[in-house]
Design a protein around this ligand. Structure first.
Ligand code: MRU
Length: 335
């Protein structure tokens, strides 16, 4: 599996520039925490677990620069994006190691290894949900690009494909930033997994015509009761899946679970620039003077989620609180 969203060597964080995929495979080389913060803000690196790891390495770069404290570097990185819980876990993991006199880079490396290991475990845990011939719908990109390696939603699909099972993936294009048609399609193509890209509006149609057996998505934050923040449009897919009797799964490492949020009502939802909605492919698609809204995420109530694919198996919403006490790190103070 060759796709990797980021890696660290020679005092440099290397990021595959996800804004340019699939047309160009460009790598950015960052040596300053301010550059990492900007890369998180502008979606050069994206996907909750991947920005958590980028945040961890951003802290390690800040420690090398010599002009930041653990607290100031943490504040800078935590101010970039509000929704993905993983970002705050990645930052806090390295902040506390640094503040306690441990090597920040070692802490960041260990954090990356933990996330990659959890994604591998999600792949094994989730594979049993997809029988031979499964036709699976996914929204946004929850693959290797979003997690460093393997993915969350895409990890079980990689496992069943590697086992030689027949598999077909419906890929929602995911307006307005097109993480589905640009990034998920690119990953599946690299892997040789059969897929079709569909307009976001077409997902309900294919569920209704009986051409979707199950849905699996990633998450940016999961509350203790199982409410899920994920890419805008996820909520609609979950409701239509329920209406059509189709199982709806959410896959995530422990860093995505937010033990401090009892439910989804207080999860901050980022609103991005309206220009992403007002144009398509760089060409304006609305009349000048139109107004537009652009929430980047929505909240799917736990009642629509059939199961949570975690590194420790597939859980029901009611088991999340107990699982977090056993497996998750203490929650970060920021975020
Ligand atoms: O704005 P993005 O591209 O970072 O949004 C990403 C998503 O919504 C993903 O589904 C989520 O981060 C899970 S990634 C494993």
């Amino acid at each position: 599996m060759a796709v990797r969203a980021l890696w660290f060597s020679d005092g440099t964080l290397h990021l595959l520039d996800q804004r340019r995929l699939p047309l160009r495979r460009t790598v950015l080389h960052l040596r300053k925490v301010s550059a990492v913060a900007e890369a998180i803000r502008n979606l050069t690196v994206r996907g909750a677990p991947a920005i958590g790891v980028a945040g961890a390495y951003g802290m390690a770069l800040a420690a090398r620069e010599g002009r930041h404290t653990p607290a100031s570097a943490s504040r800078l990185l935590a101010s970039t994006l509000p929704t993905a819980h993983d970002l705050f876990v990645g930052i806090e993991t390295v902040r506390s190691a640094w503040a306690e006199g441990n090597d920040p880079l070692e802490a960041a490396d260990a954090y990356r290894a933990k996330i990659v290991g959890e994604c591998l475990a999600i792949g094994d845990a989730g594979a049993r949900l997809f029988p031979d011939g499964a036709r699976v719908l996914t929204h946004c990109n929850a693959g290797a690009l979003a997690t460093v390696q393997w993915g969350t939603a895409l990890a079980p699909l990689r496992v069943v494909h590697a086992r030689g099972q027949k598999l077909f993936v419906w890929v929602d294009e995911t307006r307005p930033v097109l993480q589905g048609s640009r990034l998920t399609a690119w990953e599946l193509k690299e892997e040789g997994i059969p897929f079709s890209v569909i307009a976001d509006n077409a997902a309900g149609h294919f569920m209704h015509t009986g051409e979707v057996d199950s849905v699996i998505v990633g998450a940016d934050r999961i509350a203790r009761n199982g409410d899920v923040a994920n890419k805008i449009g996820t909520y609609e897919k979950a409701v239509v899946a329920r209406e059509n009797g189709i199982p709806f799964y959410v896959a995530a490492p422990w860093s995505t679970f937010d033990a401090k949020s009892p439910d989804g009502s207080k999860i901050p939802v980022e609103e991005r620039s309206s220009s992403e909605v007002e144009s398509f492919g760089g060409v304006r698609s609305t009349p000048p003077g139109s107004s537009a809204r652009n929430p980047a995420f929505d909240i799917t109530p736990a009642k629509y989620v059939t199961g949570f694919v975690t590194p420790r198996g597939v859980l029901r919403a009611g088991s999340i609180a107990r699982a977090l006490e056993r497996y998750a790190r203490p929650d970060p103070a920021v975020g």
